[in-house]
Write a protein that binds this ligand. Structure first.
Ligand SMILES: *Cc1c(COP(=O)(O)O)cnc(C)c1O
Length: 422
């Protein structure tokens, strides 16, 4: 058995699931994990997630619950709230949203009516489904207006944001996304939102850890409402939070409960509190800055191999690569890379002529490999493996992929991960 903590009871009770968890631990150990939204949580966060707090119902908020027996749960949730407020410098924090998508839905419920105009980034340009994309409830129940990136720069087109805001007077403006490799200009968004009297929602799901560590400017003081997942760069359990200024606090809380959700997931809340405690340590700021240094080093190494990076590089943890000039599409490239021991996802690139399920690009992120201890000097080697694999994929040469996977397993041996021991 390799999983930590040991899965003794689980292996005895349900060997099928235990075996699959063991397999996943091994897989997470053996691969260079470059999925931009993933990470490795600490042993402490893992332990908090697996506690008896999962047994408790606590609908409501600390001091105002609908069930008895909240002597410990209230304190857990209050600690998570206090730490969230301290880490981000926000007036208010709600730590109950089940995940990033419900957190965003709570923002709609709190500050918009069905049918209202809402302005968000288009999915193919880097936005999230919940920013009003058509297949999402947010795109069906509200009237989405979408901005994108400028063709010449690959960066958010703020002139377009301003024009669309003036034209459509949205109730909500979302700033942020899932595939934005550059710094988000929150003050510029705030100015536009103020001009049209919209609520600015900064969705920092991807960059929350960078904001917490001072490696990306904070939206606090610019966006009235800030939504975030807790499991991406912030390195906590799967979950989410909503931060807000004092004026919008009540509406946020009412929208989460009773508006959208029932009982909060208290084991997750505890693990969020642990992750936020970790984010308060000086070492977390080092971590956040190293994520960015690793992404820049990986970008430089890939540019040197002739790769076409959207926007020409990165300011954060994320790289978006258009593979058109390499003669291979995103999906076969991602599949070949996975087999070669490098895990990432295929992704649309701005103005992509291909379909979302078979797009031109791949997306990479450095938060997980940074947790693991990889440093900027390792990125030339990582880029060389990526380049060899993509060259092989373009040439339909499968034999080399297993060789690369073996090289990567050996390379990763000195970099342990929490949750696994050989
Ligand atoms: C990941 C993400 C979400 C959704 O988070 P889930 O936990 O997957 O629901 C929302 N917004 C942005 C910008 C994201 O990157």
């Amino acid at each position: 058995m390799t999983h930590q903590p040991k899965l003794n009871a689980l292996a005895a009770a349900d060997p099928a699931i235990a075996g699959l968890v063991e397999g996943e631990a091994q897989r997470q150990h053996d691969k260079i994990r470059l999925i931009a939204s993933e990470n490795y949580v600490s042993q402490a966060v893992l332990e908090a997630t697996g506690t008896v707090l999962t047994n408790k119902y606590s609908e409501g908020y600390a001091g105002k619950r609908y069930y008895e027996g909240q002597q410990f749960i209230d304190q857990v949730e209050q600690l998570a709230i206090d730490r969230a407020k301290a880490v981000f410098g926000a007036d208010h924090a709600n730590v109950q949203p089940y995940s990033g998508s419900p957190a965003n839905l709570a923002a709609y419920l709190a500050f918009a009516q069905p049918g209202d105009n809402v302005l968000g980034m288009a999915l193919p340009d880097g936005g999230h489904l919940t920013h009003g994309w058509g297949v999402s409830a947010t795109g069906k129940w509200f009237t989405p207006v979408r901005y994108g990136v400028a063709k010449e720069t690959g960066r958010v087109d703020l002139d377009q944001v301003r024009d669309l805001a003036r034209q459509h007077r949205p109730k909500l403006i979302f700033a942020g996304g899932t595939a934005i490799p550059r710094t988000i200009d929150f003050p510029a968004f705030a100015e536009i939102a103020a001009e049209v009297d919209a609520v600015l929602v900064a969705d920092i799901a991807h960059i929350a850890g960078l904001v917490a560590g001072g490696a990306h400017p904070s939206p606090v003081g610019h966006a009235q409402v800030i939504t975030t997942t807790t499991h991406k760069t912030l390195r906590g359990p799967r979950g989410a939070m909503i931060l807000s200024d004092a004026e919008h606090a009540k509406a946020v809380d009412k929208a989460v409960f009773p508006g959208l959700q029932g009982g909060p997931h208290n084991h997750t809340t505890a693990a969020i509190a642990v992750a936020l405690h970790e984010a308060q340590q000086p070492s977390f700021s080092e971590y956040a800055h190293r994520i960015v240094a690793n992404a820049r080093a990986l970008a430089d190494a890939l540019l040197a191999c002739g790769y076409d990076l959207v926007s020409g590089g990165t300011d954060n943890h994320l790289l978006l690569i258009d593979l058109t000039n390499k003669g291979v599409a995103g999906k076969p490239a991602a599949q070949a890379l996975d087999r070669a021991g490098i895990e990432l996802n295929y992704n649309t690139v701005p103005f992509d002529p291909r379909k979302p399920f078979d797009p031109s690009g791949i997306r990479l992120g450095t938060s997980a490999i940074t947790t693991r201890g990889l440093r900027p000097e390792h990125q030339v080697e990582v880029a060389a493996w990526i380049d060899r694999t993509i060259t092989a994929a373009a040439a339909d040469d499968e034999a080399v992929l297993d060789t690369i996977a073996a090289e990567i397993r050996e390379f990763l041996e000195p970099f342990p991960i929490p949750g696994y021991s050989a």
